[in-house]
Design a binder for this molecule. Structure first.
Ligand code: FES
Length: 85
């Protein structure tokens, strides 16, 4: 697992192996808009402020992947990922 921090709301949450970042935030009261939940539509995309995402989506371009993440399906390569949320 890894931790995610929602910078604007100041909420930090552990993401379990069997849940998505969006789900982890949701159970901690941080709303993440989602639609397809399959990495296709881009509804759940936010900016990454710190850490390195483990991208699992089909939506973002390689360039966008340098500083954005799809929270419905992507994960983290670093122990902590800070997002603009
Ligand atoms: Fe569609 Fe995440 S909800 S890409």
């Amino acid at each position: 697992g890894f931790e995610v921090l929602a910078a604007k709301s100041g909420v930090r949450v552990q993401v379990a192996e069997d849940e998505t970042i969006a789900a982890a935030f949701a159970r901690s009261g941080v709303r993440v808009p989602v639609s397809c939940e399959q990495g296709i539509c881009g509804t759940c995309v936010v900016s990454v402020l710190e850490g390195e995402p483990d991208h699992r989506d089909e939506y973002l371009t390689d360039e966008e992947k340098t500083d954005q993440i799809a929270l419905c399906c992507s994960r983290s390569k670093t122990p902590l990922l800070v997002v603009d949320l």
